[in-house]
Design a protein around this ligand. Structure first.
Ligand code: PGA
Length: 252
């Protein structure tokens, strides 16, 4: 049975003090909440992971990293490895976010290596992908999404998908205030599930959680999450306010 997930991608926001405060607020707000099988994940920046893990202990909050390097160690100045993430108690890593692809040159080939490194280190992956506006205008959104998934994930064995969560994030909807309509999200999620089923069978495709990301907020979360193939959201801006994040978590 796949789980519902609401994950907050904090991006390059919140210093240590703000991190501690926000974790505390989220922790308090969800303490008595009926979470209906929903996992709650937050992804602070690297330097604050340790503090977030510490402050999330004995709560329903799970802490994820926003990125990692594909090598286990070595001369890669400024980078962080899977092993280091595990060392501070992180169990999940976001890979392939469109900002990583666009600003830091992460290609499908690099992402395939990162996927392998994360899985080899027993980290769960939230794997992001999504088309740009020009792709959608040209009617190429399915082809783009299919190739992003195939190139980075289809070398894996079926079993690997137990540790993979997919996050469909159309680039034109990220941080723009423009959300994909619930129907657009459902259509793409159903296409993604079919793509997985064709390669790995229904057992894999039925059990993978597929999140939607891109301007999810309290006002639209419920409608998007009500779609049968949408298992939650990857939330940027609205994850930075405890109140908004809470209403999204409880939107199921
Ligand atoms: P947004 O970001 O919710 O601010 O659009 C989503 C994301 O980038 O994961």
């Amino acid at each position: 049975m796949r789980k519902n997930i609401v994950a907050g991608n904090w991006k390059m926001n919140n210093d240590l003090k703000a991190t501690k405060k926000l974790v505390k607020q989220i922790r308090k707000s969800i303490k008595k909440a009926e979470l209906n099988n929903t996992r709650v994940i937050i992804a602070p920046t690297f330097v604050n992971l340790s503090a977030a893990v510490k402050r999330s202990k004995k709560s329903k909050i799970e802490v994820a990293a926003q990125n990692m390097h594909q090598a286990n160690n070595g001369a890669f100045t400024g980078e962080i490895s899977a092993e280091m993430l595990k060392g501070v108690g992180v169990k999940t890593v976001i890979l392939g976010h469109s900002e990583r692809r666009a600003y830091f040159g992460e290609t499908d080939a690099i992402l395939a290596e990162k996927v392998n490194a994360a899985l080899a280190n027993k980290l769960e992956i939230i794997f992001c992908f999504g088309e740009e506006l020009a792709d959608r205008k040209a009617g190429n959104e399915e082809a783009v999404v299919e190739s992003q998934i195939k190139n980075a994930l289809f070398h894996l064995e079926a079993d690997a998908f137990k540790n993979i969560v997919l996050a469909y994030e159309p680039v034109w909807a990220i941080g723009t205030g423009e959300t994909a309509s619930p129907e657009q999200a459902q259509d793409m999620h159903s296409f993604i599930r079919k793509t997985l089923a064709d390669k790995y069978g229904n057992n894999v495709s039925d059990n993978v959680s597929i999140l939607y990301g891109g301007s999810v907020k309290p006002a639209n979360a419920q409608e998007i999450f009500s779609k049968p193939d949408v298992d939650g959201g990857l939330i940027g801006g609205a994850a930075l306010k405890a109140e908004d994040f809470y209403s999204i978590i409880t939107a199921f």
